[in-house]
Design a protein around this ligand. Sequence first.
Ligand code: G16
Length: 537
Amino acid sequence: MAQWQEVSEKSKLHPKPVGLVLQYGTAGFRTNADHLDHVMFRMGLLATLRSINTKAIIGVMVTASHNPEEDNGVKLIDPMGEMLTPAWEVYATQLANAEQDHLITVLKDLVQKESIDLTNQEAEVFVGRDTRSSSARLSDAVLDGVTALDGRSKDYGLVTTPQLHYMVCCCNTRGGYGKASVEGYYSKLSQAFIQLTKSAPNRTDDQKCLLVDGANGIGALKLREMEPYLQGALKVSLFCDGTGGKLNHQCGADFVKVQQNSPKGINRCCSFDGDADRIVYYYSDDHGRFHLLDGDKIATLISTFLKELLTKAGLDLKIAVVQTAYANGSSTRYLEDTMKVIVRCAKTGVKHLHHVAQEFDIGVYFEANGHGTVLFSKAAEEKIQQLCDDSEGERQGAATLLKNSVDLINQTVGDAISDMLLIEAILAIKGMTVQQWDAIYTDLPNRQLKVKVSDRRVIDTKDAERKTVSPAGLQEAIDRLVERHQDGRSFVRPSGTEDVVRVYSEAATQVTRLLNHLYLNQPLHTGVFTFVCFCVC
Ligand code: G16
């Protein structure tokens, strides 16, 4: 077929380094940008085939999100704005790793397995990119891949990851989800925010001001663009806005969450990550002590707000919160025991949380790192709309707040801008300060560390990554350490975005000492860290 000839010729312009093997990770491929040209071309091919297969537009976002500037990566977006379905992650890996002279065979195999008819088929792929210096050339490679298979493409250029998810969903629902442009995104969210904050007419100027750390990335650019649409309902002071510093370097949501510290000299504010799909809040108290309000605190605030509105509206909808193993034990306890909401635990990766959240009328999902959103089932949205139309008084007021919240939330994926506006609206409506929000429950002291190992794949996990299966003896060693600490909990797992093993631990206090003679005087996380090094390095 002439098409295969064309693909074969073009692929020579994007050659694969012989022997290079990359894994499809937590959110797509991610590694040093110098090794990704062939992957991008091939993901252009894959997205085109997926588009023919689903008869819908597919998105390809060039970004390495929270990783360092030198890295890059690719996130693939399925028709309703969700992440690529797991079955196709397997094809993505096969394509990315096929040696040059084997590429067409792997492609033909995929076409056959999925019964894709390539004759007279239409395909369309939306492409976006973050602000990394390598992103422009890499997104050109994606576009080349689309063209090689005769697909149509639309290059959205610089956009946040959630904006591209939104665009894909808008087009595939023929405008049902909103207008497929950045202006459409700004208008939809701003209008919903303005409507919501009308319920808090007494907001002071101070309450309308928010410091935002843009991680020196795309989120800063886009938030600046959005500001006029907010008509003064929120006054943003941006720092780490990309005018000076390096992307994600000593700033951004991942830095703040992992280091549990604010970028130098900064008080009460929020941080985005490199592609603006994560957010964390924080402030310093009168004693200069740093307080982090992470994804768990965000999930608690949002689910409390929504649950209260459901009660006021008299709506019987099943609400649940989905977390990962990284969720602080205090948050889970608060949600289950005090809030009485259903809590589920999923594997790391928003793609996993998203699917669990879809099982409920309202699924609030957040990773502790600040990545998350809220999903409303179709039936739930209809009931809310009906109540807005048919009820009056307090019930109608609550239903209207719910409706505006639905409009403000980007349901396709976690979105730092949308989440920030929702949090600001909730704090305003509840008349709550960030300190009062923080006081809802107290986090168990916790630490997250990275261990560099020669092969992170030797660690295998089960039970939503809360237990290790291999290497032999590691889980028993962790259990022995954990049982000596009140409320102790710890796990290790291989990262799917960086070449490291992640170690998490929490306990009732930071100063708990181990009785173990070998690790005497070490806090829990240091002990587990040392054990991982013993077993894996
Ligand atoms: C991605 C995923 C997140 C995940 C994070 C870290 O975030 O979308 O769900 O929590 O990677 O994953 P890991 O621990 O496997 O490295 P982002 O913001 O980097 O795209």
